[in-house]
Design a protein. Structure first.
Length: 383
């Protein structure tokens, strides 16, 4: 009898313990999961379009000689910065000095002949008044005086030409900028003049610098209509501000202005060439470099924004997980816009009063009841 009673007691205790364990298991499952929620960020923004383009110097000059001769001296180091007027190359000046001296001697001779012919003319004028000389002698004196004057002018021109040629033996930098390497060494014959000139080097200006990019027809029409409405900037205005970043930079930190829009679309690409001018005080931007430009593409408006990590993308469909007033999880389809200040623009599907789910997103399913805790999205550190 005691054995049977003991069995019943043991079974009863086992049932009690099992019930307690089941109750402990069910209790956490029935409790709503704690989660963080926050209202989307709402602020006034201007949307931007981004374009990849290349930097190009405002000025680029091929340095060539104006006179022919043997290169005597190179006065710069490859790649250095130069100023307009700096002497870059010197051509052997000796032949040009001889030419100048010859021209100067011819000028002195022509001046002497002019002075002599002028005195002869005055003498014949006096003789004519005294009726000692014939009119034909006076005419001959007038002709010789005029001829001597013309010869003096020709001689003066030759002197001026010789002076110019002597000056041209010093090849100077026409602009400020960075010079390339020298393309010809000392001792080589340089061809000058108008035909078959020898290329000596190149110079490109640095500050400011141009940035060229292309826009398609749809964007051009968008900017044009925006400009005509008076509600925002456009690439047609010479005061349109732009921002540029280099390929290794995260933010658009270089400021510039649109100053040129081409007048025809490229028939092959269907794009329009646009140019921005950017200050380049540290010479960081060089001709031929790539960069990315940010162009204002909308009027200012109040937008709803979220960090990209809270926007779910499934097969080109975008969703945001929210918690409604009954603390139930909901999945809201949204349409998205561009990134502005590292935040994604939410065009439709979400209001500034919605509570967006911030934690345990992958575990949530529509209809689940949660225990939300309101957080400040602006103060929240995103990782």
């Amino acid at each position: 009898m005691w054995r049977v009673l003991g069995r019943y007691i043991a079974i009863a205790m086992l049932l009690i313990l099992t019930g307690c364990q089941e109750a402990q298991k069910e209790k956490p499952q029935n409790m709503p999961m704690p989660v963080e929620v926050a209202k989307p960020i709402s602020k006034q923004i201007v949307e931007h379009d981004e374009y990849i383009g290349r930097f190009s110097a405002v000025e680029e000059v091929e340095v060539k000689a104006r006179v022919s001769g043997y290169l005597d001296k190179i006065s710069f180091k490859d790649g250095q910065l130069v100023k307009a007027g700096d002497v870059l190359f010197v051509i052997d000046q000796r032949p040009f000095r001889v030419e100048y001296e010859l021209a100067q001697g011819e000028l002195e001779q022509a001046k002497a002949e002019r002075i002599f012919s002028k005195k002869q003319l005055e003498r014949y004028k006096t003789l004519i008044k005294r009726k000692v000389a014939a009119d034909v002698d006076l005419d001959d004196a007038i002709f010789k005086a005029q001829d001597a004057l013309a010869k003096e002018k020709i001689a003066q021109a030759r002197v001026d030409s010789a002076v110019l040629n002597l000056q041209y033996t010093e090849v100077k930098a026409p602009i400020d900028g960075r010079i390339s390497r020298n393309l010809i060494d000392v001792g080589n014959l340089i061809e000058g003049g108008e035909n078959q000139q020898t290329l000596l080097t190149r110079i490109v200006s640095l500050d400011p610098i141009n940035f060229y990019f292309e826009i398609d027809e749809n964007n051009y029409l968008k900017y044009s209509r925006l400009f005509k409405s008076g509600e925002g900037p456009t690439a047609k205005a010479n005061t349109t501000p732009v921002k540029i970043k280099l390929m290794d930079e995260n933010n658009f930190i270089h400021e510039g202005v649109i100053d040129f829009v081409d007048n025809v679309f490229d028939p092959e690409s269907g794009t329009l060439l646009v140019r921005a001018t950017v200050n380049n005080p540290d010479n960081l931007m060089q001709q031929g470099q790539f960069g990315r430009l940010q162009l204002p593409a909308s009027k200012p408006y109040k937008a709803v924004l979220l960090p990209d990590r809270y926007v779910i993308n499934e097969q080109d469909q975008y969703f945001v997980m929210t918690v409604d007033k009954d603390n139930k999880v909901a999945r809201k389809p949204v349409t998205v816009g561009p990134l502005v200040d590292n935040l994604r623009v939410i065009r439709t599907g979400l209001t500034k009063e919605d509570h967006v789910l911030l934690s345990n997103i992958q575990m949530m399913r529509p209809g689940m009841v949660v225990s939300p805790k309101l957080a400040d999205l602006k103060a929240r550190k995103e990782h």
